[in-house]
Design a binder for this molecule. Structure first.
Ligand SMILES: [Zn+2]
Length: 411
């Protein structure tokens, strides 16, 4: 094994980000690149062209993940990459930067060191964001064999098109979805933007993820009574919105008191009947609670549910909960994580351990493949927005550490 891997330059990363970032970009800014749409096809074609130019073996699987492979002495494979789809009016870096870093790292390693011991492969995963179909992590779930056959007809987009038909439209054979399953993967490494502001505020150029946070989501329904807004005295009302507002305020305080990294969000509200002159009788709202420690997450969820019951009882209002998801925190693989840490140290790049508050392909991949993640800073913590930005210098540092870690794993 040679002493050192390739150094990726800021200019190389800036150039790649600029080229991919214009695909699917909208006139007012922001990218729309949803799975199986024309911009998605064009972006994949661009990545395939780069991979062919680097003499990687290019292949797509049955669900539309795109791979570029550098065959090693062993068929066992080290995989790196991220997702190519975006949210609606997303930025240039979420997902995209992980693919571009993988490209820069793998082609740099090939030029620098030639044939690896283990096979080295980059991937543009087809879907992560859940923006067109509610089938998120479609690409990663395809690789792990976690797609159920009923999903092909069950997931539909806003126009009523099934995911199976959308796949056919781009030349994929949905019936062959099981062909995507891989059993040759020894590791998956994903570089991603932080999408928060901790690295930016701390002036640290690299995060190495310990755990991807656990998630508990439920819908709250409060049923009071609709009454006339002018004739019903305050002391006789059963106002569902007042109960909901008190509940939301007090649960927020409860979670804030626990401190970082606990977070809770009430992102959507539905207030009925929704008129100037009617006391709201029916309110539904969402609770999205996250914590990387499963025991704390469950305790907070129980405390929040109890709080809601107490408030509703005091106000004479019925309350019901409907659990939407309960996802376990996912620890990154110790030895792959150690490889990333050692690589950052060898590259003299300062890093800090981090919890990921967002979901990623890596959390699904980790259920079947030893997985670890690198974070690079998001300026101002902006993400899922056209304002998303990571400097070429930070992108290059991240890609260089990625290359060095892949060297450790594959050469
Ligand atoms: Zn992402």
């Amino acid at each position: 094994m040679a002493d050192v891997g390739p150094t990726i330059t800021p200019a190389e990363m800036a150039d790649l980000v600029e080229s991919l970032g214009t695909i699917g970009e909208q006139p007012g800014g922001g990218i729309i690149r949803h799975v199986y749409d024309p911009a998605w096809c064009a972006a994949r074609e661009q990545v395939a062209t780069w991979m062919r130019e680097a003499s990687l073996e290019v292949r797509e699987d049955a669900v539309g993940n795109l791979f570029g492979r550098l065959e090693g002495d062993s068929p066992r494979t080290i995989l790196t990459g991220s997702h190519i789809d975006t949210v609606i009016l997303g930025g240039r870096y979420d997902g995209g930067l992980g693919i571009l870093s993988a490209l820069a790292a793998v082609r740099g390693l090939k030029q620098h060191l030639g044939k690896p011991r283990k096979s080295l492969e980059m991937v543009a995963l087809c879907e992560e964001e859940d923006s067109r179909f509610h089938g998120n992590f479609w690409g990663t779930r395809g690789i792990l064999g976690l797609i159920g056959p009923e999903e092909l007809e069950a997931h539909t987009d806003a126009n009523g098109m099934t995911i199976a038909d959308a796949m056919r439209e781009v030349g994929l054979a949905p019936d062959r979805f099981r062909d995507s399953v891989r059993t040759d993967l020894d590791a998956f490494v994903e570089l991603h933007i932080e999408q928060g502001r901790i690295l930016f505020d701390e002036h640290v150029p690299l995060g190495i993820v310990d755990t991807i946070t656990g998630l508990y989501r439920f819908r709250v329904t409060l049923e009071g009574r609709t009454d006339h807004a002018g004739t019903t005295p305050m002391d006789l009302r059963r106002d569902a919105l007042q109960a909901a507002a008190e509940f939301a305020t007090r649960m927020t305080r409860l979670v804030a008191d626990v401190g970082r990294p606990a977070v809770v969000t009430n992102g959507w509200w539905d207030v009925r009947p929704g008129a100037w002159n009617i006391v709201p009788g029916h309110v539904e709202f969402s609770v999205d609670l996250r914590h990387p420690d499963e025991a704390i997450k469950q305790r907070l969820a129980a405390d929040i549910r109890q709080l809601g019951q107490d408030i509703a009882a005091q106000r004479g209002i019925a309350i019901a909960y409907d659990i939407a998801s309960d996802v376990l925190p996912m620890a990154m693989h110790p030895s792959i994580k150690a490889e990333l840490q050692a690589a950052a140290d060898r590259c003299n790049v300062k890093w800090m351990p981090m919890v990921s508050g967002a979901g990623h392909d890596s959390q699904v991949m980790a259920s079947g493949v030893p997985t670890a993640m690198l974070f690079v800073p998001s300026v101002d913590g902006r993400s899922h927005s056209a304002a998303e930005y990571t400097s070429p210098e930070d992108a290059a540092r991240g890609a260089t550490v990625l290359a060095e870690a892949l060297r450790g794993l594959a050469y």
